[in-house]
Ligand binder design. Sequence first.
Ligand code: NAI
Length: 259
Amino acid sequence: MDRLKDKVAIITGAAGGIGRVAAELFVKEGAKVVLADKDSENGAKAAKEICALSPNSAIFFPLDVTDKQSWGQCIEQTLNTFGKLNILINNAGVSFRETVEETTMESWQTTLAVNQTGVFLGIQSALEVMKTNGEPCAIVNTASVDGLRGDSVFFAYCATKAAVEAMTKCAALCCAENSWPIRVNAVAPGYILTPMAYEDARQNGQTIEEYCAESVKLHPIGHLGKPEDIAYAYLYLASDEASFVTGTTLAVDGGYTCR
Ligand code: NAI
């Protein structure tokens, strides 16, 4: 309890999957949370459910992470509602199961826009207000085991997740060199059972059971991850417990990258 007491966080991609679970965990740990997602229906529903558990702890904002103006409006809404911003979790992401040969210009550009440009715009927009905030601040980006290892069937996705790791280091150095009170880190999840996994199974022509049976072999620990596994990593890196941690990518992957 209270690991994020008096903190204000924006979590992107919080309408479902990992982001939704992280939003509820952050509220339980004392934060006020802006659930930011382009999916207004599920995003607003999630914020309402969280407020039913803890009144006035969360709002929804209809953010498109690919749009700089939308970021500006999201941060303005955060400041108007909760008065400050301490934490940004750049969690929104998309994936297409395509090799280099299969990748179309459309899927390439969509993947880069959300997973790479979205993270860039998020970091840039948050820094603007965090650097004068006077309190410890943290940005956590979502990379992937697919940014640490190659995967022939996720060409564009791997490219963007490797970029997230690089952007994390560069932004962390920039903050440290300017003595801004902002740490920047990333989490690299292994396979987590979320709507993204169901969509990936669909794109691969598999049932979710077939998909899990195949994917589990990649994880020495013997099972896939849960959204909570990643949410707790976000929590640690966002909290002051990680005050000496910056520029790192924490693999939360059941041993996937040990091999
Ligand atoms: P998900 O598909 O369940 O949730 C992603 C959320 O991002 C959705 O709510 C979606 O509406 C939102 N989103 C997509 N485009 C957006 C945009 N332009 N603006 C705002 N929101 C947008 O995915 P999941 O599994 O929860 O993934 C969260 C993060 O974890 C992603 O960055 C993903 O790449 C990463 N990850 C997931 C893994 C998995 O196995 N599920 C493995 C490794 C990384």
